[in-house]
Design a protein around this ligand. Structure first.
Ligand SMILES: NC(=O)c1ccc[n+]([C@@H]2O[C@H](COP(=O)([O-])OP(=O)(O)OC[C@H]3O[C@@H](n4cnc5c(N)ncnc54)[C@H](O)[C@@H]3O)[C@@H](O)[C@H]2O)c1
Length: 338
């Protein structure tokens, strides 16, 4: 047998239906639910980080293996990477990812695909799923910092889950990025471009930070009105913000707990944040833990779970096969040393 691998370049992934945000939202929620039910193996990602001469990371590579059981029955891995050089030149995406899917019985690889936009779509969707479960139902204003790729998909997904959302106040250090999103969402999401971080967040019910900043820049006194703070980057909130939260919710605690740069490190080291103080989002989705209670201030941190990528990638693979999209590659003509 000549094993066939379906290769899907980015255009194929798009033609197979990745831009269906409603569908991605459903898959992300399903992945969290299945994880809570013990149907998914998703060990913490491993990362190598290469430093620049200035002592901060210049690029990093993450390996994210997953098995999804139930009606999905798929093994896979995302090989994710980020480059600060790409960010500076603007010639390539900051994050560039690949996904490999495998047959769980024969272990043959069945698909290799671009995972760059899968990451973007599932991350936006995962922030929106967090908002769906954690925001006050009457949240009207979102203060968004960061108008890059994740900023784009998060605002898009958020507009689908926050039923009373009236306004997104958006700030990015690069005003052109905010203007691009303003144009892109015209007629669909009411975006107001803010002149500063403070202006974007001070009247917001929900604050979302989606930047590549390598140091904190959101001050506690600016977000007193907000009842929910969602952080997707590593550094954005000053530590007093999670310290003052009534509840800490995360996508997956282990990798965040051991992340030396995590916003929670000072709290963990001083004994103010213990494992039992942290609620995983998947337990709220599966009703194993209570959701929002009244007017509490919730701080949510996501680090990204591979099972979200593999869930979406498997859907794209199945669609691509049905639609006859992609290129067939052969692993070998006949395996040597069987
Ligand atoms: N948790 C997850 O699952 C997950 C997944 C993917 C990416 N990320 C993280 O999301 C963040 C954004 O990624 P991206 O792909 O959108 O990057 P991007 O380069 O496309 O966009 C980042 C934006 O942040 C802006 N920015 C940087 N510092 C800022 C500051 N201090 N104030 C305001 N704006 C600032 C930049 O100008 C840029 O427009 C990164 O930190 C990345 O590591 C997290």
């Amino acid at each position: 047998m000549v094993p066939e691998i379906l290769f899907l370049k980015q255009e194929d992934v798009l033609n197979a239906g990745l831009m269906d945000m409603d569908g991605v939202l459903k898959m992300v929620e399903k992945a969290y639910f299945m994880y809570a039910e013990g149907e998914i193996k998703n060990p913490p990602k491993t990362m190598i980080s290469l430093d620049s001469d200035e002592g901060v990371w210049k690029s990093r590579f993450m390996s994210m293996p997953v098995y999804i059981g139930g009606d999905i029955n798929r093994a896979g891995i995302k090989w994710a990477a980020e480059s600060t050089l790409n960010q500076k030149t603007g010639l390539l995406p900051m994050g560039i990812d690949m996904v490999v899917l495998s047959d769980p019985d024969t272990v043959l690889p069945v698909a290799i695909m671009d995972g760059t936009l899968i990451t973007a779509m599932r991350t936006g969707a995962s922030m929106a799923v967090a908002a769906k479960y954690l925001a006050k139902p009457d949240a009207k204003t979102a203060g968004c910092i960061g108008a890059g790729i994740i900023g784009r998909t998060t605002i898009w997904a958020l507009s689908k889950v926050l039923n009373q959302l009236e306004k997104v106040k958006l700030f990015d250090l690069n005003i052109k990025k905010s203007q691009e999103l303003f144009e892109e969402f015209k007629g669909k999401v009411n975006i107001e471009i803010a002149g500063s971080v403070e202006e974007a967040v001070k009247d917001a019910d929900v604050v979302i930070t989606m930047t590549t900043s390598q140091k904190p820049f959101v001050k506690k006194e600016w977000v007193n009105r907000a009842r929910l703070f969602l952080q997707v980057g590593s550094f954005e909130a000053h530590e007093e913000i999670p310290a003052g939260a009534d509840r800490i919710v995360v996508d997956d605690w282990e990798p965040i707990k051991y992340d030396p740069f995590s916003v929670f490190q000072p709290l963990i080291k001083s004994g103010k944040l213990r494992d039992e103080d942290v609620t995983p989002l998947y337990n709220i989705i599966s009703k194993k833990s209570p959701g929002r209670e009244g007017d509490e201030f919730i701080f949510f941190k996501s680090r990204g779970m591979g099972c979200l990528d593999i869930m979406v990638a498997d859907y794209i693979y199945r669609r691509a096969k049905d639609l006859g999209i992609g290129k067939i590659l052969h692993l070998w003509d006949s395996p040597k040393w069987v």
